[in-house]
Design a protein around this ligand. Structure first.
Ligand code: PLP
Length: 392
């Protein structure tokens, strides 16, 4: 008998893995309204609190008036509009690269870049915790894929040796995130750069969760580590600290020209709305102002306040970003903890398989510059109480 989708749904429900969409009535800074209640949100990637910023709305509105809403076709088919080109110029200057290209989402950027750079004769080597979009790109590319344990340079080196031995003609692409989306820790970028250079491989770094948060004016971890010019493919998204949506890649002129021709998610997809590009440009400008600097400082102050109040043992030893995983293990326990926090007025997602490995279900707590310190203190008090209940 064919497998029924209803049975699969039932099995997921029984295993506490089923997700459902929840309609949020409104979002204002770090406060959301859901089911008629105001909740403090610790779930978003809106690290600088820009998603609802009046100046971003204004930039988008002006672009709608000037450019209309839709983009009408792919940029290669019906011509490219100035907001996309302006955004790309700004991105390239900010990331100190020769050129940049924008995509409709970070997901589309990952898949498009990896499948363009690697084909059947090539090798992709991924960190075990690399984002699903990068994994999907690697799978779709048809390349030989190897995975190294999270941040394990020795194992990466042995994969690079294997690639040099078994696939001497291949293009070898090493893929990692700079700040890991579910664990909040950082990749050892300087060491990764040394290693890939020794083997003549290319390095792709996804800065999705570092842009706007780490480095000079929020340029990212490669900037913080002083290796920007040595990362071949600097990608990320405009959907997190920048508060808009869309993906991007920065690199050499040749890389960008290659992707314009070969990244299928760019070539065969309608360009993102010009208004989104205009808003992302405004967000990028904002990062480089004194006010942008203030927001980033506030975010890091909020991260420190949260770190001080976390339940002992539940949080990582070193907090390295705005993402703090509170690992609870069992999927049901994580779900129950999220529900209890909801009762206390806090919105925090329980992250479960397949987003993270089985048995490592967690609360993924994220901070924003939009949080007030008092809200964070109330949250950590509730979190300690809920974590204590789980131990009984
Ligand atoms: C590391 C990483 N890369 C890529 C993406 C995809 O970006 P987007 O949400 O813009 O599609 C995400 C998040 O969703 C992410 O966390």
């Amino acid at each position: 008998m064919p497998r029924r989708i209803e049975d699969e749904l039932e099995a997921w429900r029984d295993a506490a893995l089923l997700r459902k969409l929840r309609e949020i009535e409104s979002r204002d800074g770090a406060t959301i309204r859901y089911a008629g209640r105001a909740l403090i949100d610790f779930s978003s990637n809106d690290y600088l609190g820009l998603a609802g910023a009046p100046f971003l709305k204004e930039a988008a509105k002006q672009a709608i008036d000037a450019e209309g809403v839709g983009s009408a076709a792919s940029r290669l088919v019906c011509g490219t509009r100035s907001p996309h080109l302006q955004l790309e110029e700004k991105l390239a200057a900010f990331k100190e690269a020769e050129a940049a290209l924008s995509f409709s989402s970070g997901y589309a950027a990952s898949v498009g870049i990896v499948t363009a750079l690697a084909g059947k004769k090539d090798v992709v080597i991924l960190d075990k915790l690399a984002h699903a979009s990068l994994v999907d790109g690697a799978r779709m590319s048809g390349a030989a894929v190897r995975v190294f344990p999270h941040n394990n340079l020795e194992k990466l080196e042995s994969h690079l040796q294997w690639a040099a031995r078994e696939h001497p003609e291949a293009r070898v692409l090493v893929v990692t995130e700079s700040v890991f989306s579910m664990d909040g820790d950082r990749a050892p970028l300087a060491a990764l750069v040394e290693l890939k250079e020794r083997f003549g491989a290319m390095l792709l770094v996804d800065e999705a969760h570092a842009l706007g948060v780490i480095g000079r004016q929020g340029r990212g971890l490669a900037d913080r580590e002083g290796v920007t010019g040595r990362v071949d493919v600097q990608m990320g998204t405009l959907s997190k600290a920048l508060g808009v949506s869309g993906g991007y890649v920065c690199g050499s002129r040749a890389l960008i020209d290659f992707l314009i021709n070969r990244a299928r998610s760019f070539v065969y997809s309608t360009a993102p709305a010009p208004a989104l590009a205009a808003a992302a440009s405004a967000a990028l400008d904002f990062l480089q102002t004194a006010e942008g600097e203030e927001r980033r400082k506030k975010l890091w102050q909020n991260i420190r306040v949260l770190a001080e109040g976390l339940p002992p043992g539940a949080a990582p030893a070193r907090i390295q970003s705005a993402i703090i995983p509170v690992i609870l293990g069992d999927e049901g326990v994580a779900l129950a903890a999220a529900n209890r926090l909801y009762e206390h007025g806090f919105y925090v997602p329980a992250i479960r398989y397949p987003t993270v490995a089985r048995g490592s279900a967690r609360l993924r707590v994220t901070l924003s510059a939009a949080h007030e310190e008092e809200e964070i203190r109330r949250f950590t008090t509730a979190l300690c109480m809920v974590a204590g209940e789980g131990e009984k």
